[in-house]
Design a protein around this ligand. Structure first.
Ligand SMILES: [Fe+2]
Ligand SMILES: [Fe+2]
Length: 256
């Protein structure tokens, strides 16, 4: 607690450097990533999943794998075009987080009996998810820093946040434990994205129109992917509506 107060007493630029550092990252993840087995607590008894549960869980995990791999590729590409060292360092911590997410998802697919996760991911990825991935990677490849940060650290992260929370409301205990630990990482990534976009809009208001354009382009793909996954998992309609609203709210907080 006192550590949190201390960090908030720092000057804004020192604070920013501090929260984007590996020191901060280590402190944060030690709390929830120590002593795990494949990204979840080892002592949780795995449910015996019925065939239809395996089927819907496989589809959800395959789509998460596409999203997490896209975030891994995009965040590593963004290191190259980051405008300063504190952003580079933060993105390096994000690369590690996203690589871990990819790893634990692939492991979970194997644990529920998927023999060839790579082939299964290709087979089950939804068109909306693939379209979102391509658009994000295009923004990174064309070095559009603020638009790519918006696409990844606001739009994609907010979509994953909604999807994981919806899944956590109906999932089996092992998957839920794994997702809840990933959610802690995603929250950090969204914090960076919101901070970066808010600053960009403050210092260069002319970027608003461009960011809004990307927002409008990606929103339908993000919501479509989220709703598709949530429905397949049997999430209640009210929860889907509420989390869809949360997704829009995360974007609206930036005044977009
Ligand atoms: Fe992730
Ligand atoms: Fe993330």
């Amino acid at each position: 607690m006192s550590q949190i107060r201390e960090i908030h007493d720092l000057e804004p630029d020192v604070f920013e450097r501090e929260v984007r550092s590996f020191d901060h990252w280590f402190g944060a993840v030690q709390d929830y990533l120590s002593d795990l087995e494949h990204g979840h607590r080892a002592d949780i008894a795995a449910d015996d999943l019925a065939p239809d549960e395996v089927e819907s869980l496989t589809t959800a995990l395959c789509n998460y794998a596409v999203a997490e791999t896209a975030a891994l590729e995009a965040s590593s590409g963004l290191v190259r075009i980051a405008p300063n060292r504190s952003s580079m360092i933060f993105l390096a911590t994000q690369v590690v987080d996203e690589a871990r997410h990819v790893e634990v998802i692939l492991q979970r697919l194997e644990d529920i009996g998927v023999e060839d996760p790579t082939a299964e991911i290709e087979r089950r990825a939804t068109p909306a998810m693939l379209e979102f991935r391509d658009k994000l990677l295009h923004l990174v490849d064309t070095k559009q820093w603020d638009l790519a940060i918006f696409a990844q650290n606001v739009s994609l992260e907010a979509m994953e946040f909604a999807a994981f929370r919806a899944h956590a409301s109906v999932g089996d205990p092992v998957t839920v434990d794994m997702l809840e630990r990933m959610l802690r990482d995603e929250r950090r990534h969204i914090g960076f994205g919101e901070n970066e976009i808010a600053r960009r809009l403050r210092t260069d208001p002319s970027r608003r129109a461009w960011i809004e354009l990307v927002k409008n382009e990606l929103e339908a793909f993000a919501l479509n992917t989220f709703e598709h996954t949530a429905k397949a998992l049997g999430v209640e309609k009210d929860t889907i509506t509420k989390l869809g609203r949360d997704y829009r709210e995360a974007v609206r907080r930036l005044g977009l």
